[in-house]
Design a protein around this ligand. Structure first.
Ligand code: NAD
Ligand code: 2HG
Length: 409
C-alpha cells in the first residue's frame, strides 16, 4: 500500500513504445538512471511481470493498462502517457490504487492538424488513386473528380485542441468550416457550430473526426451516419479507432457513396512494426492508410518526451500533481530540510480528522500542509520535521481509507 522514499537509482522506470530520447535525457538529468527501455509495447504477460516491479511507467497508445494489469502494479506510483489519449488506461482502476496518470494534452495537436490538412488536399485531387495507378504502370491524366479546397465545406466533429487548429488552417485555404461538438464552443474565424450531427454529415464535403474515445463516441459513425454523408464526400479519422465502423466506410467507398478516406487509427492496431495490419480498407486505392502516426513528428515526440518526463519527475521529487488526468491537482514547493508525507485517501468523511488527530496525539509538528480532493480521492501533503517523518508515515498508513502513502526526503 505504500512506498517509502527511495534513492533515485532504486526508483525503477519502465519506458515502452519507443518514447522519445528527450524523456530519457530529462529523467537522467534529474538523477533517475534505473530505466528499462523498450521500443515496442509488451505482450500482456510480460507487461504484468514488468509492471509489478516498476515505480513509474511510460507508455503511448498501444499499451493497455487494464484493471487486470494494474492489479499487479503494486509499486507503481505514476503512469506517464506520452501522448494525448488516455483511453488505454483504466483510469478508475489507477485512481483506486492511488496511481497518478499524466499525459501531454497539446504537444502533438499541430502535427495531427497538419496531416489531416495534407490528406484532405490529396483526397480532393484524387491523388491516392492516381498515385497507386502510376505505381502499377497506369496513367490517369484527368481532372474528373479533382477539386481545389477553396469554398469546400469541412465538417469537423470534436472542436477541441486539434479540431480548432484544423479549423484555422482550413480557413486559411479558403475553406468553409462547420463543426459539431457536444459542448457549445466559441467558433474561431468564420467557423460555425452545427447543432445536429446529421446536418453536418449531410452538408459537408469533407468530414474529419477529432473526438476522444469515450462511451459517447464509441461507433458514433456507424452505417447510418456513413449513409447520411454527402455523395462523393471524403471521410477522415485521426482520432480513435473505436469511433467509426470501418466496414461501413469500406462499403461506402466501394459503392462510390464516399469519394475517398484517410484513416490513421483502427479498432485493432498491430502491437509492433512486425505484426500484420488487418483492415477492411486495405487494397482500396482512394483510401490513405497510415499507422497511427498523426502525432508522430520529431517535433511533437521530442516535446512530449520532455513534458511527460517533467511531470513524472515533479511528482517523484516533490509530489506535484499539476495537470494529472485522474487525480487532485496540487502544485508543491520543493521541501527544505523536512520530510514530506504524501497521503492518498478515499474522499469520505472522517479521514482528515483522523490524520489531524494523529499529528496532535503524537506531537508531530507540521510545517506545511496541502489538500486537494476529487469526487473519489483526497490527496493530503504534510511537511514535518525530518526526525518525525518515519513515525508520521507509519501512523497515517494505518488510517482507515488510506489508498497509498509515502514519504519524500
Ligand atoms: N492520430 C493520432 O496520432 C492522434 C494524436 C493526438 C490525438 N489523437 C486523438 O484525438 C483526440 C482529440 O484530441 P484533442 O486534443 O483535440 O482533444 P480535445 O479534448 O481538446 O477535444 C475533443 C473535443 O471533442 C468533443 N467531444 C467529446 N465527445 C464528443 C461527442 N460525443 N460528440 C462530439 N464532440 C465530442 C469535446 O467536447 C472536445 O471539444 C484525442 O482524444 C486522441 O484520441 C490522435
Ligand atoms: O503516440 C501514440 O501512440 C498515440 C498518439 C495519439 O494517438 C495521442 O493520443 O496522442
Amino acid at each position: 500500500m505504500s512506498n517509502n522514499s527511495l534513492d533515485k537509482d532504486k526508483i525503477k522506470i519502465l519506458l515502452l513504445e519507443g518514447v522519445h530520447q528527450s524523456a530519457l535525457d530529462a529523467l537522467h538529468d534529474a538523477g533517475y538512471t534505473n530505466i528499462e527501455y523498450h521500443k515496442t509495447a509488451l505482450a500482456e504477460d510480460e507487461l504484468i511481470e514488468k509492471i509489478s516491479e516498476a515505480h513509474f511507467i511510460g507508455i503511448r497508445s498501444r499499451t493497455q493498462l487494464t484493471e487486470k494489469v494494474l492489479e499487479h502494479a503494486n509499486k507503481l506510483v505514476a503512469i506517464g502517457c506520452f501522448c494525448i489519449g488516455t483511453n488505454q488506461v483504466d483510469l478508475d482502476a489507477a485512481s483506486a490504487k492511488g496511481i497518478v496518470v499524466f499525459n501531454a494534452p497539446y504537444s502533438n495537436t499541430r502535427s495531427v492538424a497538419e496531416l489531416v490538412l495534407g490528406q484532405l488536399i490529396l483526397l480532393l485531387r484524387g491523388i491516392p488513386a492516381k498515385n497507386a495507378a502510376c505505381h502499377r504502370g497506369g496513367w490517369i491524366k484527368s481532372a474528373v473528380g479533382s477539386y481545389e479546397t477553396r469554398g469546400k465545406r469541412l465538417g469537423i466533429i470534436g472542436y477541441g485542441s486539434i479540431g480548432t487548429q484544423l479549423s484555422v488552417l482550413a480557413e486559411s485555404l479558403g475553406m468553409e468550416v462547420c463543426f459539431y461538438d457536444i459542448v457549445t464552443k466559441l467558433p474561431l474565424g468564420n467557423a460555425r457550430q452545427i447543432k445536429s450531427l446529421k446536418e453536418l454529415l449531410s452538408t459537408s464535403d469533407i468530414i474529419s473526426l477529432h473526438v476522444p474515445e469515450t462511451n459517447s463516441t464509441k461507433l458514433m459513425i456507424g452505417a447510418k451516419e456513413v449513409s447520411q454523408m454527402k455523395k462523393g464526400s471524403i471521410f477522415i479519422n485521426a482520432s480513435r479507432g473505436t469511433v467509426a465502423d470501418l466496414d461501413a466506410v469500406a462499403e461506402a467507398i466501394k459503392s462510390g457513396n464516399l469519394g475517398g478516406a484517410a484513416v490513421d487509427v483502427f479498432p485493432v492496431e498491430p502491437k509492433g512494426n512486425d505484426e500484420e495490419f488487418v483492415s477492411p480498407l486495405r487494397g482500396l486505392d482512394n483510401v490513405i492508410l497510415t499507422p497511427h502516426i498523426g502525432g508522430s513528428t520529431m517535433e511533437a515526440q521530442e516535446n512530449i518526451g520532455i513534458e511527460v518526463a517533467e511531470k513524472l519527475i515533479k511528482y517523484s521529487d516533490v509530489g506535484t500533481t499539476t495537470a494529472a488526468v485522474n487525480f487532485p491537482e496540487v502544485a508543491l514547493p520543493a521541501q527544505a530540510d523536512n520530510h514530506r508525507i504524501l497521503h492518498i485517501h478515499e474522499n469520505r468523511p472522517g479521514v482528515l480528522s483522523k490524520i489531524n488527530a494523529i499529528f496532535s496525539e503524537n506531537n508531530i509538528n507540521i510545517t506545511g500542509q496541502y489538500l486537494r480532493t476529487t469526487e473519489k480521492l483526497g490527496y493530503m501533503v504534510m511537511d514535518v520535521d525530518a526526525e518525525e517523518g518515519e513515525l508520521a508515515l507509519e501512523k497515517v498508513k494505518e488510517v482507515d481509507g488510506t489508498v497509498k502513502a509515502r514519504v519524500l526526503f
